[in-house]
Design a protein around this ligand. Sequence first.
Ligand SMILES: [Zn+2]
Length: 423
Amino acid sequence: MFPVLFLLVFLSGCGRNETKPNIVLIIIDTLRADHLGCYGYDRNTSPTIDSLAASGTLWEEVQAQSSWTLPAITSIFTGLDVRQHGAGRKNDQVYGMNPNTPFLPLLLNHSGYATCGIFNVYLLSEQFGFNKGFDSFSCNWMGSTEAENSVNQAIDWIQNFNQNEPFFLALHVFDVHDPYDPPPPFDLLFSQNGSEGITDWPRLESGSLDNPEFYKDHIINMYDGEIAWTDFQISRLLQFLRNSGLDENTVIIITSDHGEEFLEHNGFGHGKTMYQEVVHVPLIISGPGFEKGLVDSSVRAHIDILPTILDMIGAENPADLSGYSLLDHEIPHRTIPSSNVNSSYAPPVAAIRFGESKLIWNSASDESREFNLSTDPLELNPLSAQESLLDSVLYYWSTPPVLPPVTSNRDIIDAALRDLGYF
Ligand SMILES: [Zn+2]
């Protein structure tokens, strides 16, 4: 009943005669919030995104629902947390969401939106149901250097569809994900050695690197170059919208699926821990209905994006969703869950955010540590866990999926996961 109910509520709440804005949702894979100028970074990695933040609203405290791509982006597109949609990895199997799970492009398509999805990693392919509801869909399975092509593709699509309809463009770019190998001149923006140096970290367990600090500095330089390159590509898309006169009625949403570790807690990469370097993500929205220059410090979540889009176009937020519209400033004080869903080589870990308190719980060892992010933003001084947060994480962990997730072609997926180093 869930998908039917969801669709009925969605359609009945939608004003058909209203002018609906175009929506561009840009997901920059592996982008840490704190490596953007508008989030306080001291390098000029993101002039375009910074100017978008100045012309729109920036949410300072947004928690991703997972620390790796498949479950995190499934949460963005379904409005469901990871336990509810079930996409991820469990018992050596990779699961995607159930085909009947409500999906943002499908809902928008039913509401009269022309839809285009451009994705750049196999985890967001048809294999995992990401093509649902897109009039035009493409997924480059290993798109680590495809931001330029993807932006060209997006511009071509916008130029060629019937512009009497509003459009929804979902653009996922993967360049910031490792390997960190930005094209010239971005390779030398923050590094003297550029691509001649190391573009990846040795995928070794924590503590086995010979000289981790050397890797860290070089890798961060190259990572920042990838951000600047991606930011430049986004500027081309925004320029096209301005030149076409589409910017006035287009809402631009920029976020990432998760961040990246650079030895803050002795590891590299993502998908393993639940510290802020991997679950604190940027969220900026600019366009009709969003206040210019506003910085919102409320604690928010990826699962708030779908209700926001529904709210924006006049649809009600179905009762089944636990997220809240970002346009609604009067929301209950709530717990926000995240988990890695056993990405690969790491034990399942979950986290609960409640205001400035955050609990991280290891389901294998049953160990937990709580942090106060206000007094200890780097999460270095664990506190005794509050009973209420322990109860919350156990409740979250026991939540069954809304609809059972499904396995994909295991041989194909396993080969692709290995290529990306997830084993
Ligand atoms: Zn990712």
